[in-house]
Each structure stands twice: as structure tokens, then as C-alpha cells.
Design a binder for this molecule. Structure first.
Ligand code: 4NP
Length: 152
């Protein structure tokens, strides 16, 4: 089993979408996908209705998900930890215990724009267009990730 964790700030907008999109592209017998937030703002919450809506439009259900906070043990559970932006990366890396932990942390859009460290824009304070844009970016990145996971 390969284990993949998607991480953003709140775990209600971007990482739930990334989880749902990747889930739709992999074989669940081989790959386990989860998501978490660096903050404790939305523990136990359902995803933002705008994320639920853009996912539904694309025939992906994320309503079963609940917010949780990233914890240091996630470095033991997961093989790949994809962060949505540079701020998430700093927060996750601040909990890393060694180089092995650090090596698991990757910017998700580096799968599409290698080495550019581009952020998935935080859509929380914007309108619906922000969510469409986020969906498109994450869909591209997750296609690349799903393809690579076939060879692990
Ligand atoms: P996310 O978006 O990190 O993509 O889930 C946010 C959700 C909530 C907040 C910030 C960003 N917040 O400040 O509550």
C-alpha cells in the first residue's frame, strides 16, 4: 500500500479536493489517500460548500470527509505528503524530525510546474471562480501523481 496525504491550512477547501480528485484516479486496493490541515480551525468540519459543489460538478463526492489537523505521526503513516502552498510547507517542515521526514514533503504543483514552488491559491476568501481554478490545478497535478504511483 502506498499512502498519500494532502495538506492545506484549514482542511476544508483545497486538500479535501486534492484527496477526492486523487482518490478518483487511483486503485484503492493499492493507494490510500487522506488529507489534513496545518491549523486546528476546522477540526471535525465538513468541507466548504464551494469545494463540495465544484467536486460534485465533476462527479466526485467529498461530503464524507471531516477536517483534521496534521500531526507528527503522519510522517510515519504516509509515504508522500503533498502541501498546497509555501506556508503549508514551512508549517509541516517545522514538525519534521529528520531528513527522512523532510524528503516526504512536496509542493503539489511541482508535479505540473517542476521546481517552481507555485502555490495553489487559497480560495477561502474569494468567489466560486477561485474554486474552479483550484479544481483545474489539482486535477492536473493529481493526474501526474496517479500516473507515477502506478510504478511504486
Ligand atoms: P484551505 O482554506 O486551507 O484550503 O482549507 C482555508 C480554510 C479556512 C481558513 C483558511 C483557509 N480559515 O482561516 O479558517
Amino acid at each position: 500500500m502506498v499512502r498519500v496525504l494532502m495538506v492545506c491550512l484549514g482542511n476544508i477547501c483545497r486538500s479535501p479536493l486534492a484527496e477526492g480528485i486523487l482518490q478518483s484516479k487511483i486503485n484503492p486496493d493499492r493507494v490510500f489517500v487522506d488529507s489534513a490541515g496545518t491549523s486546528n480551525y476546522h477540526i471535525g468540519d465538513t468541507p466548504d460548500r464551494r469545494s463540495v459543489s465544484i467536486a460534485q460538478k465533476n462527479r466526485i463526492d467529498i461530503t464524507y470527509q471531516r477536517g483534521r489537523q496534521f500531526k507528527v505521526e503522519d510522517f510515519d503513516t504516509f509515504d508522500h505528503i503533498y502541501v498546497m502552498d509555501n506556508s503549508n510547507r514551512r508549517d509541516v517542515l517545522s514538525l519534521a524530525r529528520d531528513d527522512n521526514d523532510r524528503a516526504k514533503v512536496k509542493m503539489i504543483l511541482n508535479e505540473v510546474f517542476p521546481n517552481e514552488n507555485v502555490d495553489v491559491p487559497d480560495p477561502y476568501y474569494g468567489g466560486d471562480y477561485g474554486f474552479e481554478n483550484v479544481f483545474k490545478l489539482l486535477d492536473e497535478a493529481c493526474s501526474v501523481i496517479a500516473e507515477k504511483l502506478q510504478y511504486e
